[in-house]
Design a protein around this ligand. Sequence first.
Ligand code: SIN
Length: 539
Amino acid sequence: MSAAGTDASPLDVLVLGSGVAGLSAAVRAAGVEGLSAGVLTKADLAQSATRWAQGGIAAVLGGDEDSTDLHLADTLGAGAGLCDTDAVRVLVDEGPARVNDLIAMGAVFDRYPEGGLARAREGGHSMARILHAGGAATGAEIERALVEAVRQTAAAIWEGWFALDLVVEDGRCVGVTVLDPAGRVSEIRATHLVLATGGAGQMFAVTTNPTQATGDAVAMALRAGAAVADVEFMQFHPTALHHPAMPRPLLSEALRGHGALLRDADGERFVDELLPRDVVARAMTARMLDQGVDHLWLDATGLERFDERFPTIAASVRQVGLDPAADWLPIAPAAHYLSGGVVTDLCGASSIPGLWACGEAACTGVHGANRLASNSLLEGMVFAPRVVEAILAGTDAPQPTGAMRAVLDGSAGPDVIGGRPLALELPGGAGGGADDVGGPANPAKERDRLQRAMTHGAGVLRSSESLAATAEVVAGVLSDLSDRPPTPEVAELRNVATAAWALLRAAAARTESRGAHTRTDHPDTRPEWRCRLVFGGAR
Ligand code: SIN
């Protein structure tokens, strides 16, 4: 390990996380002469949700009847009134160039036999504009190309190191406390810290996210007082394979894009398969309750050359003894993507100077209340390099753009989504410390208990009652943790419980249904709730 990041020699840019966003930021920063950039990840560099991402990248590459205006309109439509239009404009306009950068870096996307890039349609998209790699192994291909580039360029790489908490001095983020692989706590200093630790699907018992997706960035930001918003909008993917595997194998939306059908317990179709994800997941949950079943069916038997076109999915369904050409595939919704996160402006600046966020960890304003399919890898690729550009331009404070307008801009109107502050009130103080003792004897059991409670009470359908019952469980976990020394298991549980607590508070406060947030006791979407619920960020 080099001296970079020590007190004597702080790094210029330290990226936490190694998914598409973190690695894109690191590659861009490391490419700037004179800028030292490092990456810290609790697993190894190639372990992230990106690696699991089957769905592709939505991008309008020109030469056909599609347009960035249509991509923008589809994104706004899926986002149910909470997207920031400027943020979406940046996404759709800059996306195609970032895709070309990836191709230049060596990423290989699927092509038609005649050579052009193959494009598919997915839910909520009005046109076929989704690029894939390896059928449904897009994330793995992107991760491969970026990991190779980072290994060649980064000044420092910490693998197997756990980021515990942000270090904020005089209102500025100056680094992070970390747990090294030997269990020692220390500090890594950096002039700019980029949160790119991905999502928080592990708040739930049924999720497509890998075990590392524990809401680390959101939890650290909440504890440091940075603005965090839209965390009630956990997106549930309609078609996860109904099987005890963790994470749940995903049956990509691309299958429905190619004609796979949803069937209920009687074998009937009941919803347009290409509607946005929140609508389909809700329709499925309602049908499952009506029919008293815990799963429905995806009928992909009509898809030709399944194994050849979707090798990753074919392998996972065959592993559980199913033949996609002959069998209907059992499916149920699973927690998939956190549309909210650490509030940023259009350049990834958080409400704390020196602290930046990108990818699923961030709330840029792109996704609103429900992310459009295949906009997530794209968001990481587009917004991560913008962080580095802003750092290079000497930007040192957030601007009232993107989701940050809910924190800095008091006005609200057709183009400005205002914010409502929400108090976090973490039970039992979730700070912990190296010298403390006590806490739950078995963090794995506690995590399991929390996940089950969240799936039961804060899943696709929620009510004031179910949220309150779940909050009791999460409060119990957090209180038990307050005096527990930080091991990776304890620190992850603390993060997952902190993120869950924020989700529950926001979901209880939002007395309407919108996008991925469905309240059975408040089924209507209400204009007065067209705002972001914001924790922290006071200036
Ligand atoms: C999928 O392929 O269905 C997932 C893609 C995404 O999350 O956008």
